[in-house]
Design a protein around this ligand. Structure first.
Ligand code: TXE
Length: 481
């Protein structure tokens, strides 16, 4: 049994009330560890450590802060296998994915913001006629909270922690209670990299208690959150009357719009990925596929064939392309959508069944699932399933598909496949979402703004947007007459 601990003030501590949660291995359904179920007292302890550390961290030179972040990045890379194995075991994702995407990206997050902070700047404005000069300062906020989900555990946790630390804040982070392992390992790395004590504190526990205690804490100045839309609402409701800064990256129900004039092979290969990478548990997955009517039958046949070739298997197996879903509760939620396919006007074309892997029969495996729908208003197209399930549907006019793509409460991302320049510009302008990919998916440049509109969230992460979020702006006006 692995026993994870809170990382507070450079030390690994048991929860003050000695309450623990079980940590499950989704590949076989067994409990393999325990994590703290932290209380308000633990959060307060973390806050006191962070508050104390802030005075000196916020005054530390950019060169030094940057060097520490770059060292953390290097140490994550040096420990790639250890981190990847932990991530795969905790989350059920294929080890190959953890090694090639999750962990390298966690290192990139630290490296990117380690460099970005040295280039971060503020503005000045001179008005000669009035003999004034305005300049703007950007100060770190103080102690901030970073709350992250289970689908890309270290990747998303570090996406928040790195800019917060780079900007001179001290952090209280809470990883998902479903996937706490790599966050625990990160504490060791931070000590080795020489991050001063109290600058980063990682507190484990349930969202409704530990997470809520962070959000409610009167002196935690900002909350950066990624997770479900319903949780986002609760956080907004709690934090808004306290006038905290909040950044919410929430769910998605992203359209993948395929025109007959696209580069077919590239589209097909990418669409398999955008549908089922990480078992479809990425907020950016294209879960509503709309195909131009003239291409629909060919696409349907080829897509089903490609998807049927995906290997569902144990995450530690190098040949596995689709691993286990993250938890029992989650696979049951996903299956409940599949069970209701017929009553919602859908037709199951492929998958939809639990897979029993020999020797790991209690793991949470599911065949990649393709459902044909005849209306965008069905709940399969309106609700976030967040699993290996996509719908496909033909369309026969640009205006109709645009209307359907936008007719959903979410607005995170969209993909458009076409070789028509005017059409790609038109759709990029008209689609209601924060991120659009044309003839690609999930190509990420960390300098770009990342986030959604409507029920997909508030605010943007990435690049200078993140550094702006984690700083407070002060304008100074000097008259030099
Ligand atoms: O996420 P939660 P869940 C979507 C997806 C999924 C659904 C629910 O549709 O099925 O959300 O997933 C913490 N105050 N996404 O329930 O609960 C929690 O402990 C403070 C989309 O697992 O939102 C965890 O650390 N914190 C998504 C984090 O919030 C609270 C990724 C996310 O958990 C809290 C994951 C509270 N009151 C799920 N309640 C994406 N956008 O990528 C919970 N938490």
């Amino acid at each position: 049994m692995i026993q994870l601990k809170n990382y507070i003030n450079d030390e690994f501590l048991e929860p003050i009330q000695n309450e623990w949660l079980d940590n499950y291995n989704p590949s076989n359904g067994s409990v393999y560890g325990q994590l703290p179920n932290s209380s308000l007292e633990d959060v307060n302890l973390a806050y006191e450590a962070a508050k104390k550390a802030f005075e000196s961290w916020s005054q530390t030179s950019l060169e030094k802060r940057s060097a520490i972040l770059l060292k953390i990045a290097r140490l994550i890379e040096d420990n790639l296998n250890r981190f990847a194995e932990a991530e795969s075991k905790d989350n059920g994702k294929p080890i190959t994915l953890a090694k090639s995407i999750d962990i390298p990206r966690a290192a990139s997050n630290f490296r990117f913001f380690g460099h970005a902070i040295t280039q971060f700047h503020s503005e000045s404005h001179e008005t000669k006629s009035e003999k004034t000069i305005n300049y703007t300062l950007r100060h770190p906020l103080g102690v901030v909270g970073c709350i992250s989900p289970w689908n890309l555990p270290l990747y998303l946790l570090t996406w928040k922690i790195a800019p917060a630390l780079a900007a001179g804040n001290c952090v209280i982070a809470k990883p998902s209670e479903i996937t706490p392992y790599t966050a625990f390992l990160l504490g060791e790395i931070c000590n080795e990299a020489g991050l001063p004590k109290g600058v980063l504190n990682i507190v484990h526990g349930l969202g409704t208690t530990t997470g809520q205690a962070i959000v409610e804490h009167p002196n935690i100045k900002a909350i950066s959150f990624t997770g479900g839309t319903e949780t986002g609402k609760i956080i907004a409701k709690t934090a808004a009357p306290m006038f905290k800064k909040i950044s919410l990256e929430l769910g998605g129900k992203n359209p993948n719009i395929i025109f007959a004039d696209c580069d077919y092979e590239k589209m097909l290969t990418t669409t398999v990925k955008s549908s089922f990478s990480n078992q479809g548990q990425i907020c950016l997955c294209g879960s509503r596929i709309f195909v131009e009517a003239s291409l629909f039958e060919q696409f349907k046949t080829d897509f089903i064939e490609r998807v049927s070739q995906l290997t569902v298997g144990h995450p530690s197996n190098e040949s596995t392309q689709v691993g286990a879903l993250v938890s029992k509760a989650h696979i049951e939620k996903v299956l409940s959508f599949i069970d209701r396919v017929d009553s919602n006007g859908g037709k199951l074309l492929h998958g939809g069944k639990r897979v029993r892997i020999k020797g790991h029969e209690d793991g949470y495996y599911l065949t990649p699932t393709i459902i044909q729908v005849d209306s965008n208003s069905c709940h399969l197209n309106q609700e976030e399933i967040f699993g290996p399930v996509v719908t496909i549907m033909p369309f026969d006019s640009e205006y109709k598909v645009l209307e359907m793509a936008n007719d959903v409460k979410y607005g995170l991302s969209a993909t458009v496949w076409t070789n028509n320049l005017k059409r790609s510009l038109f759709f990029s302008e008209q689609l209601e979402c924060g991120i659009i990919w044309v003839n690609t998916w999930m190509q990420r440049d960390l300098r770009t703004p990342f986030g959604g509109i409507k029920s997909s969230g508030v605010g943007r992460e990435g690049g200078f947007e993140a550094l702006r979020f984690f700083t407070e702006t002060k304008n100074i006006c000097i008259n030099y007459e």
